[in-house]
Design a protein around this ligand. Structure first.
Ligand SMILES: C[S@@+](CC[C@H](N)C(=O)[O-])C[C@H]1O[C@@H](n2cnc3c(N)ncnc32)[C@H](O)[C@@H]1O
Length: 221
């Protein structure tokens, strides 16, 4: 027997109707998860401006710990416009940056030229990209959360190599309620994502505008 939706609604208590409406609206307003092609289009579009959306300076957590990083080959995953990778290049690292947005990578190259440092960029989808194992002294990944990358990052480090990660936590929802929670870190989650590596530094920050966690960890020699 078919029942008209209006009939179902009329038989539900009002409280229940309000709850259903709230659940529907919250799902509707969360920023959707995108597949790689849409992500590429979306980021190319965002980066298509003369401004550097994330600025041209490195994140403080990278700058503050630069002296702890072993010199050599560095990989910047989801490099974007290059603020962190180009900084590493200015500090003498041989940097490769990977991103799905060619517009972002062009801006990273422009920033590297302006600073007079070499930079290798690679246009790739990190959901498909195979990171070569045992290759890098340093790997960084900032404000891009793809949980299945963590074991690949650990495998791609040379013994003694270091990884630096920073991205938003669940606390960030208070500043940006529509952020898709699938891409936000749970409390202390970063501490459990790199088993086998030794944590050198960890922070969980809420500065009143943004909430994020950062980790620096080392693969054993
Ligand atoms: C919030 S930005 C962060 C950029 C940079 N790491 C920074 O902190 O300035 C996220 C970056 O992830 C890239 N991205 C999104 N999906 C990707 C994918 N599947 N593969 C590679 N890069 C991706 C976007 O193009 C964008 O540059």
């Amino acid at each position: 027997m078919k029942v008209a939706p209006s009939l179902i609604a009329s038989r539900l208590p009002h409280g229940m109707l309000l709850l259903l409406l709230a659940a529907f609206l919250s799902v509707w307003t969360i920023e959707p998860a995108f597949g790689a092609p849409q992500d590429q289009e979306r980021w190319n579009h965002k980066y298509d401006t003369d401004n550097y959306l994330f600025g041209r300076d490195p994140i403080p957590f990278l700058k503050d710990h630069i002296d702890l990083l072993p010199k050599g080959k560095a990989l910047d995953l989801a490099m974007g416009e290059g603020r962190n990778g180009v900084y590493l290049a200015t500090q003498g690292f041989e940097v490769t940056g990977v991103d799905i947005s060619e517009t972002g990578l062009h801006k990273a190259q422009a920033l590297a030229s302006e600073k007079g440092v070499p930079l290798t960029t690679l246009l790739a989808d990190l959901e498909q990209y195979e990171i070569p194992p045992n290759t890098f002294d340093v790997i960084i990944c900032t404000y891009y959360l793809q949980r299945d990358l963590f074991p690949k990052i650990a495998a791609a480090l040379k013994p003694g190599g270091m990884v630096l990660i920073e991205t938003y936590t669940m606390d960030h929802l208070q500043y940006r309620p529509t952020f898709n929670p699938a891409y936000l870190l749970e409390p202390n989650e970063l501490l459990g994502l790199l088993p086998g590596l030794r944590v050198s530094r960890y922070q969980d920050v809420d500065d009143g505008h943004t909430a994020f966690a950062s980790i620096l960890a080392q693969k054993p020699h």
